[in-house]
Design a protein around this ligand. Structure first.
Ligand code: HEM
Length: 165
């Protein structure tokens, strides 16, 4: 059940968020259609820019100091993955969607001992689905107002109307 829940909607939202980003960034869409080999870095940028999973949680087990913030044992932390992925100390021009961005050390799959167990299959699914969509349907375009889901943790759309000419 855990594998199914962790792996289903997150990947669906990677594909939806990624297609929406490309359909609203015409230059990037054209760049990808003309350079299909960019699909790997493009998917990493979609993961960074619109992370399907925006929040992570940790319980502090030993006193820890992060910069000037003291974290006492027992503190429950909510980590903002989406904010980390726009950290200007890590990413040049973080609010720019750049499908060729390298390096791209985003935290969409978190990190450490409990980093996402399905990241390889998620990346593969994202690459295949997005690459096939933009190659097979060069005229793909939005055809209505997208509707975002309103949960804080999971970023994605409940509806993304699109059409092929
Ligand atoms: C774009 C798709 C996905 C994203 C953005 C994503 C993101 C994440 C994140 C942020 C975590 C938390 C890691 C932590 O707290 O350190 C996680 C954990 C996990 N994910 Fe994913 N995930 C994705 C797809 C998948 C898929 C396809 C599967 C399985 C087939 C999967 C299985 C898991 C499991 C089992 C964990 C728990 C790992 C652990 O606690 O040791 N995920 N994922």
């Amino acid at each position: 059940m855990f594998l199914l829940n962790a792996g289903h909607e997150t990947t669906t939202n990677l594909i939806g968020n990624g297609l929406h980003l490309l359909l609203t960034h015409a230059d990037s869409l054209r760049q990808l259609q003309e350079n299909p080999q960019l699909i790997a870095t493009a998917v990493e940028e979609c993961l960074r820019f619109e992370s399907s999973n925006q929040l992570g949680n940790r319980l502090v087990v030993q006193r820890t100091v992060v910069r000037d913030v003291v974290l006492e044992p027992g503190t429950y932390l909510t980590l903002c993955i989406g904010a980390a992925n726009r950290d200007p100390d890590e990413f040049a021009d973080p609010d720019r969607f750049d499908i060729a961005r390298q390096p791209n050390r985003h935290l969409a799959f978190a990190a450490g001992a409990h980093a996402c167990a399905g990241m390889s299959v998620a990346r593969l699914e994202g690459r295949v689905a997005i690459a096939r969509a933009v190659q097979r349907f060069p005229s793909l375009q939005l055809s209505g107002e997208p509707v975002r889901g309103l949960r804080a943790r999971f970023r994605g759309f409940t509806s993304l109307p699109a059409r092929v000419a």
